[in-house]
Design a protein around this ligand. Structure first.
Ligand code: HEM
Length: 336
């Protein structure tokens, strides 16, 4: 009798526990990323972000590039969770060396302030960053892609987590390794690096490539000899490291496939882009987007732009927090 009672009690607790787990799983599933996550809860969410990005880009032409880069840097450290935006903890992730030069924080907060006024506690900062990156691509002339939303904001910001960010002077093996560890392919590495079709770099990232590539006061031999003097005059030895030069030598403001031509022809500006043409796999990916004698240029460039959108959707899924995880911050630079 006592045994039956005990068994009954244990069975009841077991059923209760399983129900709770089921409920949690359903709640978490409900929170999966999807296109139009805010269409009921905050119907103007996407248009508010778009208008802030548009206005900011009219004021500051560098804005699209900054916002696109911000999303990458957010996602690559602890997933796309807005952790890059936090600035009021002691060792904030945002202050890591690998995040040098990031911008667009004020615009993300501007969109957040407007969203909080319309639908308090609904739209995550991580989603604002993802939407702003897409709007930035479109404003720069790139192809529109749907952004999945429903991310929640992370509760951790730690400088040490940024150590695994790809570095401009990484070898191609290291670059590939850093992307593959995060679930990306070599193709993703090439396509996402194609983001360097817009924006600029500070001369800060150039000295090794231009003046000390193998420790013998030499330049990176993959730089086209016609291009080296230009790069060296823009970023002179011991010059001002804050001077900014276009990443895409021909069309820094336009989202197109010119960067891939540059990589092939020795006109890549930063070393990590040049490395993409040194490896059989990544070189084949670059070449696959460039016209051959049989193909017209138009066919190939539209496919890069289309694939860029797909790669951005994949980037936007990286280690996201959804459902019951994380939080919806009240302000983007500080935890609730
Ligand atoms: C392969 C690894 C990558 C490396 C080593 C790398 C490195 C860099 C460096 C050194 C800069 C110059 C930063 C500055 O001076 O402010 C830069 C700029 C930029 N990066 Fe990357 N990057 C990588 C991948 C990506 C990816 C995947 C994206 C986006 C999907 C991206 C988007 C950008 C953009 C748009 C800029 C221009 C920012 C501006 O003009 O302010 N990068 N990157």
């Amino acid at each position: 009798m006592a045994f039956a009672l005990l068994f009954n009690k244990n069975a009841q607790s077991f059923i209760k526990l399983t129900s709770i787990i089921c409920f949690l799983q359903i709640a978490a599933l409900n929170g999966q990323l999807r296109v139009g996550f805010y269409s009921q809860k905050c119907e103007n969410a996407e248009s508010i972000v778009s208008s802030v990005v548009k206005e900011a880009s009219q004021r500051e032409p560098r804005m699209p590039a900054m916002l696109l880069r911000l999303h990458f840097h957010d996602c690559f450290v602890q997933g796309c969770d807005g952790s890059i935006l936090i600035d009021n903890v002691k060792e904030a992730e945002r202050n890591a060396f690998g995040h040098e030069g990031l911008g667009g924080f004020a615009e993300i907060q501007k969109a957040k302030t407007q969203l909080e006024a319309q639908c308090p506690g609904v739209v995550s900062c991580a989603d604002i960053v993802a939407l702003a990156a897409r709007d930035a691509v479109v404003l720069a002339g790139g192809q529109f892609y749907e952004v999945e939303t429903g991310r929640r904001d992370g509760r951790v910001s730690d400088l040490s987590f940024a150590a695994k960010m790809p570095d401009v002077d990484d070898s191609i093996e290291v670059l590939k390794g850093k992307f593959i560890t995060k679930g990306f392919t070599e193709k993703d590495l090439v396509i996402l690096s194609g983001a360097h079709t817009i924006g600029t770099t500070a001369c800060f990232f150039m000295p090794r490539r231009l003046y000390n590539f193998t420790g013998k006061s030499d330049a990176d031999p993959t730089i086209n000899p016609k291009f080296l003097p230009e790069l060296r005059s823009k970023c002179p030895k011991n010059g001002d490291v804050n001077v900014r030069i276009p990443l895409d030598n021909q069309s820094e403001m336009k989202f197109d496939d010119q960067i891939l031509h540059n990589i092939k022809n020795g006109f890549a500006v930063i070393a990590s882009d040049a490395r993409l043409y040194e490896d059989n796999i990544t070189r084949a990916v670059v070449d696959s987007y460039l016209p051959t004698d049989q193909m017209s240029n138009n066919n190939t460039s539209s496919s890069f732009e289309n694939d860029f959108g797909l790669a951005m959707v994949k980037l936007g899924r990286l280690d996201v927090k959804t459902g019951l995880l994380g939080e919806i911050r009240k302000v983007c630079n500080s935890f609730n």
